[in-house]
Design a binder for this molecule. Sequence first.
Ligand code: PMP
Length: 408
Amino acid sequence: MINPILIRSDFPILSRTVNGVPLVYFDNAATTQKPTSVIDALSNYYLTINSNVHRGVHRLSMEATEEFEKARISVAKFINAKSSRSIVWTRNTTESINLVAHSWAKKNISKGDKIVVSQLEHHSNLVPWQQIAMERDAQLVIIPISDEGVLDLSNIDVLLDSSTKLLAITHISNALGTINPVKDLISLARKHDAFVLVDGAQSAPHLPIDVQDLDCDFFVFSGHKMLGPTGIGVLYTKEEILLDMDPFLTGGEMVMQVWDQKASWNDLPMKFEAGTPNIADVIAFGSAISYLENLGMDNVRKHEIDLTKYALEALSKIDGLNLLGPCDTNNQAGVISFDISSIHPHDVGTFLDQRGIAIRTGHHCSMPLMHRLNLPATARASFYIYNTFEEVDKLVDSIVGAIEFFGK
Ligand code: PMP
C-alpha cells in the first residue's frame, strides 16, 4: 500500500510554494518530480566516478561502466525482458520510435504495406509513421475511437489484416488516460505476422509491464516520466529483431572494427548507441527504477485508481464541466481530461496556477485526437505516487472557483 504522505518527504520540490501556497503538482503525464535518491545518484556520479564508459582500464571508468550496465539490467528486469541485450538507451520515447522507423521500418516496409496506428496517438507515435508511409508508399491506417475515447474495434479485422506490416499503438493515451487492450491487439497482429510497437511512455511509469507476456516486438518509454532524469529513454526490442536491424547513428562506440573504407558493428546493444552515452542520467534512472520497485508497481496502479475514482466522482458533479475519456478506472489510468464549455482551458490552467495547482492545458501533442473530439484543447490533471486526496479536493474546489470567477 502506498502512503503518499511518507513518499512526499522524498521529493524536495513538493515542499515549495507557488504563488504563496503549497504546490499541487498534477502534470505528471508531462514529466514527474524526482526523489532525493535520483538527484543524489546524479550528483554522486559527478562527485565520485565521473569518467567515460566501456573503454577505460582505469578504476573510475570501470566503476562508471559497472553502474551504467547495472541500470540496464534493472530496466530489463523492470519490464521482464529476457536479456539486457534487448535494452537500448536513447534520449526519450520519441528517439526510440524514430530509431525503429529508421533502422527497422525502412528495411521492412514496402509499397502497399499497412502501418496501423490509432486515433489516440501522441505525435511521437504518429509523425514518424506518416514519414515512413510517404517514403515507402505504404498505407497509414488509423483505428478510430468512440466519443468516450475508447478504441472502436468493430472493424478491426478490416483495418488490421494480412497486408499489415506494423501495428504501432499507444498503451495508454497521454491525452485521455485510456488504457488500450494492447495484449488482444498484439495477438491479432500475430495472426497476420505483423510486428508490434507499443508506446509505453504512459504505461511503464504506472502499470506493471511484462514485455514477454505482451509479446510485443518493440516497447518504448522515457525515464523522465517515471522519476528519472530527462534525456534518457528506452527502446526494448526482441533480440533477434535487433540483430537484423541496421544502426541508427554511426561513429564511435557502435563499431567493432574500422578500416579505411568500411566498419563492422559492435555487439548488442552497443551497435545502437553511437558516441558517449548519457552516463549520469542512465545511472540516476537506475535509482528511479529501484524506487518504483521498492513501492511495487501493483501498489502504484492501485493508488492511482483510488485517486482517479475519487477525482472522477467529484468532478462529475460540477455543473458545466465535461469529463473526457472513458471515466472508468478499469480502462483509464491516472489521467483526467476535461473541458469547461464557458472557459478556455488555458484560462482554467492559469486560474489554477494562481492557487498553486499545476495542470496541463493544450492539445497534448495529439492534434488529430483534438480534431476528432472537436476541441482545440483540453485541461488535464495527471496523478502519481505522491499525490493525495486532499490535493484532489483543492483541484475540485479551485475548478468550482474558476467557473464562478469566469461566469461573472
Ligand atoms: N508517447 C506518449 C504517449 C507520451 O505521453 C509522450 C510524452 N508526452 C511521448 C510519446 C513522447 O515522450 P518524450 O517527449 O519523452 O519523447
